[in-house]
Design a binder for this molecule. Sequence first.
Ligand SMILES: [Zn+2]
Length: 305
Amino acid sequence: MTELRAGVDIGGTKTLVVVCDEDGRELGSASAPSEAHRGGAAILDRAAELVSSLVPDHAALAGVGVGAAGVVDPVTGTVLVTGDSFSGWAGTPVNAELSVRLGGVPVRTVNDVDGFLLGELLPGERNVLGVAVGTGVGGALFVDGRLLYGGATGAGEIGHIGRYGEERCTCGQIGHLEAYAAGRALARRYAEATGRTLTAEAVAAEALAGDQAAQAVFTEAGRFLGEAVADAAGLLGIATCVLGGSVVKSWALLEKPVREALEERPLLSGKPVSVRLSRHGAKSVALGAAGLTAGIHRLPDVSNP
Ligand SMILES: [Zn+2]
């Protein structure tokens, strides 16, 4: 019998599950609202229901991987810190509690941007930076062939570094990348410039239609994103970056300033960081998480942390 693996992407609005065969080929998917405000037990009930809808016989599952929003303890899968769309989620020991709901199948959990990066790795890649630009700006680091987890605040938080100006960030500090490049930052910057309150998507549409104020906020976001990627990549010796998230759908507006910033800040090799866009879109996190228990990615040995 083929051994199945499920990947679960638990986001602030939606939970998405994919089921893959042992070679990582996707066999099916299902999604439903996360109801992230209802607390950890309800969120995991929903995730387990989705997995069960795709694989009713839990004995067929070799493992389940989870990509969860927030800072995640890589050994226990406990969510340590979450964003404001979740209630009662921090402190949830995801590995143990989801395993119980699925008949004891092994569960491993990583941060959702870590899952995104794992889902986007190409065969043989050992050093890649992942950046997800959506409601916020998250980052993940795959270095020397493994994820970097970091300490209490998690590694790779590229959204919360730098001082690009005087805008207040969602974290309370001043001038971080997230205060310029996140979707809600683009909307806020445009409103500041024009007095018009639009979603980031609508600002992008205005920019494509020739609105110079809209173009300016995307140009600024792209420039700072490129600068942050160049700095992070240079420090860690990473020559490749994968970009994803809803804001990156407006790549036509971001590409030029991102590439200019990278070309102005080449690595010591003399070459700029190579940037590519997500291949799997909304399924990256779940596909990456499905691989967590397949032995494809080297993770800490949970029996001997
Ligand atoms: Zn910040």
